[in-house]
Design a protein around this ligand. Structure first.
Ligand code: HEM
Length: 453
């Protein structure tokens, strides 16, 4: 494995509780899931409609790759809204699924009890590798979280967003004008990845010609190592260390500037709260910002086109009234829910939805389910572009970790749809998308489309 480049003195990493307090062994039987190829989406749907709730590990990537998880979440919301999965979940050492809107809110807004700390496993169902901890402010508790969040917040201030608008628009125009007519192409590659990687390179002032590296790092940082074809642990760690090395060069360029510039690296290198970060913490925050600015917006760009094709009456409504773009953007983000879950670790025994949660338990807030909770959202399974109170969704989370980049993501999507409607009467989806096998990043590998000649 590559050695870590040095970035100032190693500072002690602060965290509220020691790992030992939380170590426990769950006596789980071996996993019983047959390999993905043995299942069709149809058979999985049938299975999930009737299988005993305790038997199913809904975090299994096969349910996300096949988009078959919906009925099971409805069953959980109705029958067992705070539910422990132990059997078959041994790779996650057992976890609580929280599936109703109100219970998810209760967890997300109670950071005193529900911790995000990387040393307890962090914010995804997968525990962060304890021999390769990447502290990042999304996986920190107070007070350090707030201090670091404030260091990068200016990148998405109102005035910065205004300044970005013209650039986002001209790039969007360029990308859309370069699309082929009358032939099939992959929307994910040509549009979703292209636009988000260009944006991210701007945020970091990273060389535009190497922007696809950002997509690659983002994808490997979130990939499920058990899915065939994904990088194994050591390969993944080596790739992330390579990323660190490359960003160290940018850091070293900027740290000696007399004044901070407007990009994220410069902000981190000059802010007293972050300028002495240990290398692993710099890497952690890079991963956070790269994944935050990349996968999520990318999958909303793809999802939007798919949803409009699946709902031609909504597409017609949009063509007739471009004023619906703004509420539609929020509806796309709700309907897609690009991050299917965030996870917390209980810092003390507590009661949630009538269930006893023990100190150290993993608690998973399934935003993908909360966004379809009939108790909070009317007709939640329908995609309705002029939905009243469209911004009432949980895709950006709530509480102290609520998404930093939400306004930027909305702006990118709004401009994209304005520019699409200005040039194309129709973009046809020609086949079912290929989906990402992950219970965390809920998205698409490819979506084949055609713009009529
Ligand atoms: C946090 C979703 C776009 C940067 C989050 C969280 C979610 C989320 C669910 C965690 C919330 C919680 O734990 O309560 C999304 C979605 C996006 C998006 C759905 C697009 C549609 C972006 C963009 C950026 C970004 C464009 C960067 C420019 C961040 C950061 C955090 C975060 C830095 C950590 C905030 C903290 O811990 O205080 N996002 N995000 N996100 N997001 Fe986003």
């Amino acid at each position: 494995m590559a050695t870590q480049p040095s970035l100032g003195a190693e500072a002690p990493i602060s965290h509220t509780v020691s790992r030992e307090d939380y170590e426990y062994v769950w006596p789980l039987p071996p996993r019983r899931r047959p390999p993905l190829k043995d299942y069709s989406a149809e058979s999985l749907r049938e299975y999930l409609a009737t299988a005993p709730l305790d038997e199913v590990d809904i975090a299994d990537p096969m349910y996300w790759e096949t988009d078959t998880h919906w009925t099971f979440f409805k069953r959980l919301r109705d029958e067992a809204p705070v539910h422990f999965t132990g059997v078959n979940a041994n790779r996650h050492r057992g976890y609580w699924s929280v599936t109703r809107w109100a219970d998810i809110m209760a967890v997300d807004t109670n950071h005193q009890i529900f911790s995000s700390d990387a040393h307890l496993g962090g914010i995804t169902l997968f525990d962060m590798d304890q021999d390769f901890i990447m502290p990042m402010f999304i996986a920190m508790d107070q007070p350090k979280h707030d201090v670091q969040r404030k260091a990068v917040n200016p990148i998405v201030s109102g005035s910065n967003l205004q300044a970005f608008e013209a650039l986002i628009r001209s790039r969007t125009q360029e990308v859309l004008d370069g699309l082929p007519r009358g032939e099939e192409f992959d929307w994910v590659d040509r549009v979703s990845i292209e636009l988000t990687s260009r944006m991210l390179a701007t945020l970091f002032d990273f060389p535009q010609e190497h922007r696809r590296k950002l997509t690659w790092w983002s994808d490997i940082a979130t990939a499920d190592p058990e899915v065939p074809g994904n990088l194994q642990k050591e390969e993944r760690q080596a790739a992330l260390l390579g990323m660190l090395q490359e960003f160290m060069g940018l850091w070293n360029d900027r740290v000696n500037d007399p004044e901070p510039k407007g990009d994220l690296i410069s902000m981190l290198a000059h802010n007293p709260a972050t300028r002495n970060m240990p290398p692993m913490e710099f890497m952690g925050n890079l991963v956070l910002l790269i994944v935050g600015g990349n996968d999520t917006t990318r999958n909303s760009i793809t999802g939007g086109l798919k949803f409009l094709n699946d709902n031609p009456a909504e597409y017609a409504k949009l063509r007739a009234n471009h004023g619906l773009i703004e509420p539609m953007v929020s509806e796309i983000i709700r309907y897609q829910t690009p991050l299917a879950h965030m996870r917390r670790t209980a810092l003390e025994d507590t009661i949630l939805g009538g269930q006893h949660i023990a100190k150290g338990d993993k608690v998973v807030m399934w935003y993908a389910s909360g966004n379809r909770d009939e108790r909070a959202i009317e007709n939640p399974d329908a995609f309705i572009i002029d939905r009243p109170r469209a911004r009432q969704h949980m895709s950006f989370g709530f509480g102290i970790h609520r998404c930093v980049g939400n306004r930027l993501a909305e702006l990118q999507l709004k401009i994209l749809w304005e520019e699409i409607l200005a040039r194309f009467d129709n973009i046809e989806v020609v086949s079912e998308p290929e989906r990402v096998p992950s219970a965390f990043v809920k998205g698409y590998k490819s979506l084949m489309v055609r713009i009529p000649a």
